[in-house]
Design a protein around this ligand. Structure first.
Ligand code: CO
Length: 192
């Protein structure tokens, strides 16, 4: 865990999140080759954008970059500052950054309702692997691996799919996907 990232969360640049069916979201991403300060800044701003949305994961294609990067935090707390308030207090951050991730092993089956910042208002149950193993690099280009299960495992699979140009409705039946796509295009046209 990159603890120093916690300080990053309080400030940053809010990046624009693209919505489906933007072509960047359906294009496979390229590996990161350069591990420099620019990459660190990008990851920091992706985390900042994710926490503000709020979301539990964000992949680079969602902010318009076809690069193999995603960030996530499946543990942080989000509480209303007072009852009925529109303001929230975020705490207990556990940010994680994955660069050039590769799923090396997958086992079991699980089903959970998923959403995505790029598909606003859509929530559907998606079948995933229950356990995944992942190799990845951190922002310094150092290799790591992780075994993940439960929400973290699901989130890793969802975000990793984004890097291959796959969104979660691609996992549903063709008919269901068609219906949701139509609805999203209509909403986008109305500027909602
Ligand atoms: Co998503």
């Amino acid at each position: 865990m990159e603890k120093d990232l916690c300080g990053y969360i309080l400030e940053g640049e809010l990046l624009e999140v693209l919505t489906y069916p933007d072509t960047i979201l359906t294009t496979p991403s390229k590996s990161v080759e350069v591990f420099d300060d620019k990459l660190k800044l990008l990851c920091k701003n992706m985390l900042y954008t994710m926490y503000n949305a709020p979301g539990i994961g964000l992949a680079a294609p969602q902010i318009g970059l076809n690069q193999r990067i995603f960030v996530l935090d499946v543990n942080y707390k989000r509480e209303e500052t007072s009852e009925g308030s529109e303001e929230y207090h975020l705490s207990e951050f556990t940010p994680q950054i994955f660069i050039n991730p590769v799923i090396t092993d997958k086992k079991g089956e699980t089903l959970l309702e998923e959403g995505c910042l790029s598909l606003p208002g859509v929530f559907e149950s998606v079948q995933r692997f229950e356990n995944v193993s992942l190799n990845y690099k951190n922002t310094d280009g150092i290799s790591h691996s992780i075994d993940a299960t439960e929400l973290l495992g699901i989130c890793i699979q969802h975000e990793n799919d984004h890097l291959d140009g796959v969104v979660f409705i691609d996992k549903l039946s063709l008919l269901k996907k068609k219906f949701i796509k139509k609805k999203l295009i209509k909403t986008k046209k109305q500027g909602l």
